[in-house]
Ligand binder design. Structure first.
Ligand code: NAD
Length: 252
């Protein structure tokens, strides 16, 4: 049985990743601070006849990550794949953002991806059979909305971290790649108590060259490709945004 370890799989894209890989026959281990969301995801993994492990924890805390990885190895086995998906955003006037707020976003999004990669790489290297790490970045690594500097910087950092780790981990046959999603509608992938309606309109769909907003499945399929097929790819970023970031926009 192949094992995938996913951060932030309680809701949203991570939830879809957990269930997608469970359907593909993987054992799925994940870390998330949300107990209610985590239990729902674990039940969904079981319903797909796959083995699951849920660790309640915070990827901004390296100790939580090392505890999760140790438990994963003990109860499921060494991960073949790590997906660094956990991410938060704080939207606040750039002139008012506090050091603690900026650092929280960086420590969660970028620090979490590094320390989870390090923990997974240690056990993958020890086993000696290689592995794959997939970092979920964002098109915000390359373009911006106002007042989201921490998020944007963390995502740019993840793209750079991806090629850094790809070089350092190549001797262990661990490939490291990133996916930069554009607008992904996650409303169908929220916990029961937090059901939200899709926020997109006809105009939102039309602004994407492919004519729709993205889905978590779009990201899950690309993750499976990077995990299983992309043997000659490492250190790369794949943008999955329906063409939004390559569309020229003129004011008139
Ligand atoms: P979401 O908010 O729906 O889900 C995030 C999950 O991460 C939740 O289960 C949450 O509990 C968990 N999480 C939050 N803080 C955590 C922490 N400290 N430790 C562990 N888990 C934590 O988010 P989403 O939209 O599914 O986004 C998932 C990833 O995809 C993020 O990295 C995000 O930046 C990226 N992304 C999303 C979109 C989009 O349009 N949805 C676009 C580009 C990139």
């Amino acid at each position: 049985m192949k094992i995938v370890a996913i951060t932030g799989a309680g809701q949203g894209i991570g939830r879809a990743l957990a269930w997608h890989f469970a359907e593909a026959g993987y054992g799925v281990s994940f870390i998330d601070p949300d107990n209610e969301a985590g239990r729902e995801v674990l039940a969904g993994i079981g319903a797909r006849k796959a083995q699951g492990l849920f660790q309640r924890g915070d990827v901004a805390k390296p100790k939580d990550i090392s505890g999760w990885m140790a438990r994963t190895v003990k109860e499921l086995g060494v991960p073949d794949v790590l997906i660094n998906n956990a991410g938060i955003v704080i939207r606040k006037d750039v002139l008012k953002l506090t050091p603690a707020e900026f650092q929280k976003v960086i420590n969660t999004n970028l620090g979490g991806a590094f320390f989870a990669s390090q923990a997974a790489a240690r056990v993958m290297a020890k086993r000696g059979e290689g592995g794959a790490i997939i970092n979920i970045a964002s098109t915000r690594a390359f373009m911006s909305e106002p007042d989201t500097e921490g998020y944007t910087a963390s995502k740019g950092g993840i793209v750079a971290l991806t090629h850094g780790l790809a070089i350092s981990l190549a001797p262990y046959r661990i490939r490291v790649n990133a996916i930069s999603p554009g607008w992904i509608e996650v409303s169908d992938w929220k916990k029961s108590s937090q059901a939200v309606k899709p926020k997109h309109s006809r105009a939102d769909r039309a602004q994407h060259p492919v004519g729709r907003v993205g889905t978590p499945q779009d990201i899950a399929e690309a993750c499976q490709f990077l995990a299983e097929k992309a043997g000659f790819m490492t250190g790369q970023n794949i943008t999955i945004d329906g063409g939004m970031s390559v569309k020229m926009i003129y004011a008139e």
